[in-house]
Design a protein around this ligand. Sequence first.
Ligand code: HEC
Length: 100
Amino acid sequence: MRLSYLVRFLTHMLYLTFFLGTVSCVSVSRQNMPEEGTAEIDLLEKKCTLCHGLPHPKRHTQEEWGYLLTLMKKRMDEKNISYTTEEMVQIKSYLQRNAR
Ligand code: HEC
């Protein structure tokens, strides 16, 4: 009796933590993107949120972005996600222009 009450309480806490975590992740990742409203951000949101949150340009230096975008291209190829050279050029240009 006592135990089942405790289990139910812990389950609720788990859901609550998950919910709050999700909400805060979404709002944090969507804060202060430079050049808000441009086509490049739309493309970044479309292509780069399929596996993780929206990456902020200030996360990395120009050099790191160069390396990371090649790696991400590989990750997308592995999953058969379409990602053209032209899209990569646009995303790369935006991220490097606004890099750390
Ligand atoms: C197919 C899934 C997938 C897509 C789509 C994808 N990524 Fe990733 N990304 C990953 C994985 C997996 C990692 C973890 C590192 C690794 O194993 O390569 C990662 C890691 C990263 C990191 C490094 C960690 C960090 O938080 O700084 C950045 C930055 C990043 N991705 C940016 C991007 C950008 C920009 C795009 C869009 C061009 C993109 N990702 C699209 C799967 C993906």
